[in-house]
Each structure stands twice: as C-alpha cells, then as structure tokens.
Design a binder for this molecule. Structure first.
Ligand code: PHE
Length: 343
C-alpha cells in the first residue's frame, strides 16, 4: 500500500516533467498512461489488495491521480494539434489562398425576384401557401367542383393516404388562402412551385413555378388588369415589347384572357420558341368570378377583382433563351454558372 503511494508520487514527477513535440508523442503518452493496458488501469487494479478500512482513502488518491493524468494529456493534446504547431514563422504567407467558389442564384429565382419586385412597386404584398393542398383550396373554392371537366387539364399527384390532399396544380390556391383570411382591398402576389402529372420533356415538367396576382377592391375593372400587366411586361422586357390578349376560359375568372407578348427571340419574325407565330403566351388572367368571391363571403355586388397567373419558366426562357425546361432542375453547374453575378 505505502509502496503504491510512493510509486504514484514518482509517476507524478515523471509526468509533470514530460513534454511532447509532436501529436505522435502525445499519443504515446496516452497509451502509456491512459490506455487499456496503461499505468492508471494497472494501479486501479491494486484496489483489490487494499484492506477494507483504507479503501476509501486509497480510492481518493487514485481518482486524483487519474484526473491529474487526464489534465496533463488534455494540455499536451491542445498544444500539439497541427494548427497550434503552425507558428507564424512556419507559414508561407505568399502561397495562394484556397479559392472560395461563390454560388450563383438559380435563374428561376432571379426571374421570380424580378417579377415580385415589379409588383411590389405597384403596392402588391407577397403571400404564400402550402404546396400540399386540399381539394377545396386548389379546386373547389376556385369554382372547379368535383367532376368539372376543366380539372382534366390539371391532373396532379394525390396523397394516397388521404385522397383529398394533393400537390397544388396552380398558385391560384393561394388566392383562396388569402381571401379566406383577408378582407378587401386585397393586393397580393404569390410566387410558388406547382405540380402536374405530365410526362417530362423539353417542354413540360411535373413541377414548375408560377407567380399569381390578385387584386380585389371596389371598381376594379378589366382596364386595370390590362394596364397592370402591360406595365409589368414593359418593366420586365423593355418598352419595345408588344402584348395581346386572347379570350380564354378559366372557371375562376369571367371573362378570362390569355396574354401573349411579341417573341423576344426572333423579334416577332417567327422562330421555334414562338412556334413561328411571333407571339408567346406568358400568362392566364381574368376578372375574379363572382362565385369565388362569394365562397369567401366577399360581396360580389360591391367588390370586383382581377387575377392572373404566369409561368416563371416561360418568362425565364424568354429572358435567357433557355430552350429545355429540364435544365432548370438538373443541377448542372455548366448551366447554373452562366448566371454568375446576376442578383
Ligand atoms: N391558374 C391558372 C393556370 O394555372 C392561371 C390563372 C390564374 C388564370 C389566375 C386566371 C387567373 O393555368
């Protein structure tokens, strides 16, 4: 017993005097003292031979010793990491640095942000809604009851555990979410991702992006709709671009129109982007159907509104002449790098 206590004292002196120059020497220290076959373990084993009445006192000494060794190890370790070793004298400051490659914004986000900022200047606020929607917000509330034939154009993915949940087919569902919670005047812009059950090709994808707009107030007219969208197009594409409205049909707007802009790629002469017509469709629009307003307790005799929904991919395609939709989601850096510096 006394002998062991003496041994411990000698080891302590030895350990205090120990110094390491390399991480390898620190590791040797660890193995010698703290390893499974190390000294601390071995001395702990001596506990068995200690008479019961001295076990407490001896245990205390052993614990202190263990802590002592562990602290020494920790301090050796900290002063011997590779970084700690690199004093300024050893670093060659003239070496070239590691380049930090800056990412780029995704082209769809660049264009979405541009669209949103134009409408913000007109007093539109941003609203968002969930991508997993229920049937009511995506279809029912938008005047597309079950079995309505217009649902066929927007087949989507249903959640099999609950067939009334689906991946939203358009951002018009956010119109429903906004009218549910806000009273007119309402002026919102709703960017987001939408889904449809389409076979993936250069021209179609099972998900894409839209920006929806909704304006509900007293005396909102079709002239307001046209002027707002005309302003948007000029801000987005410049003063030379022409627009045209074609009558169309959407269950949630009446009357409805699709808006085309003159093809920016061929300047209206005809190319394969505009299918040789000189015009490219960029959005659907119309006056909010009275049924939709009534669905949310907004008095359709007092209030009118307009709405529109545009495809972000299509607008990006025109701005950057991207002719395959799949490029947007393939994460190919050769494509993405071309947008370096655009914010
Ligand atoms: N939701 C329509 C679509 O996805 C676009 C649209 C929005 C049309 C708002 C009219 C008004 O095709």
């Amino acid at each position: 017993m006394e002998q062991i206590l003496q041994q411990i004292d000698t080891h302590k002196e030895e350990i205090t005097a120990f110094s390491a120059q390399t991480p390898e020497q620190v590791e040797e220290f660890r193995i010698k003292y703290l390893g499974t076959k190390g000294l601390v373990k071995a001395i702990m084993g001596e506990m068995r031979n200690v008479p019961n009445e001295r076990k407490k006192e001896f245990g205390q000494v052993l614990n202190d010793f263990k802590l002592f060794v562990e602290e020494k190890y920790e301090s050796l370790r900290q002063s011997n990491t590779r970084e700690a070793k690199g004093t300024s004298a050893q670093i060659d400051w003239s070496l070239p640095g590691d380049p930090i490659t800056a990412g780029t914004r995704h082209p769809l986000n660049i264009v979405r942000n541009q669209i949103v900022s134009i409408f913000k200047r007109l007093g539109f606020a941003v609203a968002e809604g969930p991508e997993i929607e229920d049937d009511w917000h995506n279809f029912g509330a938008m005047n597309l009851p079950e079995d309505h034939p217009a649902r066929d154009m927007q087949d989507t993915f249903y959640i099999s555990q609950n067939p009334s949940w689906l991946l939203r087919t358009h951002t018009s569902s956010v119109q429903a979410r906004v009218m549910e919670t806000q009273k007119p005047p309402i002026r919102v812009i709703c960017p987001g991702r939408v889904y449809r059950n389409e076979t993936i090709s250069a021209r179609a994808h099972c998900f894409f992006h839209q920006v929806e707009g909704l304006y509900v107030d007293e005396n909102v007219s079709f002239a307001d709709l046209k002027q707002t969208l005309y302003f948007f197009v000029q801000e987005m594409f410049g003063n030379d671009v022409k627009v045209r409205f074609r009558p169309s049909y959407f269950p949630f707007t009446e009357p409805s129109a699709e808006m085309d802009i003159s093809c920016l790629i061929c300047k209206g002469k005809g190319c394969n982007i505009c299918k040789h017509t000189g015009w490219v469709e960029i959005l659907g629009s119309g006056m909010v159907h009275p049924n939709v307003l009534d669905n949310f307790g907004i008095d359709s005799n007092k209030y009118t509104g307009f709405a529109f929904g545009m495809g972000v991919e299509r607008i990006t395609q025109l701005k950057y002449q991207v002719n395959d939709l799949r490029l947007y989601s393939q994460n190919d850096v050769r494509f993405l790098k071309q947008f370096t510096g655009v914010v």
